[in-house]
Ligand binder design. Structure first.
Ligand SMILES: *Cc1c(COP(=O)(O)O)cnc(C)c1O
Length: 417
């Protein structure tokens, strides 16, 4: 008979875990097991001191001089260069700026404009119906307001991409790891499919950056955007990033041509002239307080590697699946996340008919995950600060709630779930 995993086994794995020391770099509340770093990453300890420094010194004392003396003006590019190694990008190809929604709009508009030059007959943007809604909404808004005959085509299943990506397709716009199911696309293979048919490939890395190894250049991707407040632990509402590879930068133009993307913003010229390089992806003045804190999360990644993080992430998600299936066996739980490692992100989703109520009970007991329609309980595993014993303890709480039926079917829903 197979050995039943025990809590002591989990503790032994923690004792051997080379990443365990990194948990100290985060300030997590006592008594909380945080399995929602896929939605809002935990706070790096360094962020508090950094916030104080930016507010008291750089703003308070430096005042407007800090745009130069504290490096505020250069922050989007400096932070972009620190994200680059996590996603297989190069120096000078990434800026941290605006929101993921806005960056997606800029990248999509830029990709469509490039295709208009090359092959104006192509008018279709292909994406998935299961994509994160804002990605679909932004594409919808773009096609409606910049009315140039573009159409949005939504596929219901990755298998349909083969047919949908054809000679009408201008841009294939996908999220690499699905927010709800944790399904991970094969970026290189899907990008190759797009290129075979003359389409450009735009990737959203919101649930990939800092979560799974990404190599944009190896995959020959064309554009990418992503989030810093999820796995990168940048802080609530921290600015997002956009990647335009060097080979596309000269041709890259987008409609949000604000003064921060101008070649010489302080000429205050009446006409727009884009800056060289990735700076042209910027729009207007950046939220310096939020931007500055992104660095505290990125510094922690520099103490390890995405390979090491991936190894632990898969071990954590494997353990969670195994324990839920062995310890909560009699309950109507359905695994939504792929078992195959190559297709799995850093989260595990299970359905339960009362998923919302069960999740509310878990949160009351200090196990914080979240809920997504329909019926999906989502558990994110951030290897930087999640231990194997955390996984054990979370599953024990889940088992106890299910065994006792201790969940509220009529739980109140907050504005954010
Ligand atoms: C989280 C997420 C976003 C968030 O976009 P915001 O502009 O930051 O609200 C966008 N796209 C995907 C795929 C996401 O997972």
């Amino acid at each position: 008979m197979a050995h039943q995993i025990t809590r002591d086994d989990c503790r032994a794995r923690d004792a051997d875990d080379p990443l365990a020391r990194l948990r100290e770099r985060f300030d997590l509340p006592q008594g909380v097991i945080y399995l929602d770093g896929n939605s809002l990453g935990a706070r790096p300890r360094a962020a508090l001191e950094r916030a104080q420094q930016v507010v008291a010194q750089e703003w308070g004392q430096g005042l407007i001089r800090s745009w130069n003396t504290a490096g505020w003006f250069a922050l989007p590019g400096r932070l972009g260069d620190r994200i680059a190694p996590l996603i297989g990008a190069r120096d000078g190809e990434v800026v941290v700026t605006d929101t993921t929604s806005l960056n997606l709009f800029k990248a999509l508009a830029g990709a469509l404009a490039m295709q208009e030059q090359r092959d104006p007959a192509r008018r279709v943007i292909v994406t998935e119906r299961s994509n994160f809604p804002t990605d679909i909404y932004m594409a919808e808004g773009l096609t409606r307001w910049l009315d140039r005959g573009w159409r949005l085509h939504l596929v219901d299943n990755p298998d349909e991409l083969d047919e949908a990506v054809n000679s009408d397709c201008a841009v294939l716009m996908l999220t690499h790891v699905n927010y709800r199911t944790g399904y991970q696309h094969d970026m290189a293979a899907v990008t190759a499919l797009a290129h075979q048919h003359g389409a450009l490939a735009l990737w959203d890395l919101a649930h990939s950056a800092g979560a799974v190894p990404v190599d944009l250049h190896a995959a020959q991707a064309d554009f990418a955007v992503g989030c810093t407040y999820k796995y990168l632990n940048g802080g609530p509402g921290a600015p997002a990033f956009i990647w335009v590879p060097q080979q596309h930068q000269a041709a890259f133009a987008h409609p949000l041509s604000g003064w921060w993307g101008h070649a010489r913003p302080f000429d205050m010229a009446p006409a727009f002239s884009p800056a060289d390089g990735i700076v042209r992806a910027l729009c207007g003045t950046q939220p310096v307080l939020s931007l500055a804190l992104v660095e505290c999360g990125l510094e922690i990644f520099e103490e390890t590697s995405m390979q090491a993080l991936r190894t632990k992430s898969l071990a954590l998600t494997d353990l969670f699946i195994e324990l839920v299936e062995s310890r909560c066996g009699g309950h109507p739980l359905g695994l939504v996340t792929p078992r195959e490692h190559a297709r799995r992100g850093s989260q595990v989703s299970f359905t339960h008919p009362h998923g919302f109520g069960v999740m509310q009970s878990l949160i009351e007991r200090g196990v914080i995950g979240d809920y997504r329609e329909p019926h999906i309980m989502r558990f994110g595993f951030t290897p930087l600060y999640t231990s194997y014993a955390d996984v054990w303890d979370a599953v024990e709480q889940l088992r106890d709630i299910l065994d006792r039926g201790d969940y509220r079917i009529d739980a109140e829903r907050g504005a954010v779930t």
